[in-house]
Write a protein that binds this ligand. Sequence first.
Ligand SMILES: [Zn+2]
Length: 168
Amino acid sequence: MAKEPSIEISPKYGTNPMRGICAFCGKENGTIAMLGRIRKKENGRVIRDSDIEAPKTGVIDYTPCDECNAKMNTGITLIGVTDNPFSPLQPAIGKDENNEPMYPTGSWIVVSEEFITRNFTPETAEGMLNAKKCIVPQAVVNDIIAAYDKAEETGSNTVSTGDDDINA
Ligand SMILES: [Zn+2]
């Protein structure tokens, strides 16, 4: 018989629920996580006696909401990542070549297929075109946004950004 996943109930906060938000726009997406007892970590060490209240909302997984997904499906999505979570509870989206966890920064862009073939080696481009959604270092996203701003000045706009705050 399969063992059901269990959570440790928090003495102070019970099931300690957190409502899920879309990692790409921050809107609530109808998911909920029962986090139970959350222990504080300090310098990578778990404080055994600690018992933290879950935030009201947070990122549970990286499934985009319908609105973001529709936007992403208009091209190839580049999701900016760093090795720093923006909250201690943020789950990793994947691992880098050194097996270190990577966390989305919240900044992402949708580019055209032509943009990919023009700016990456054929092998890399092929992989990106197949994947449709790609994790890239935040620095790459920043470079593309900078190029986009320049292109906008000259009227040859080929990139749309997923995060309006980035251009603010
Ligand atoms: Zn969204």
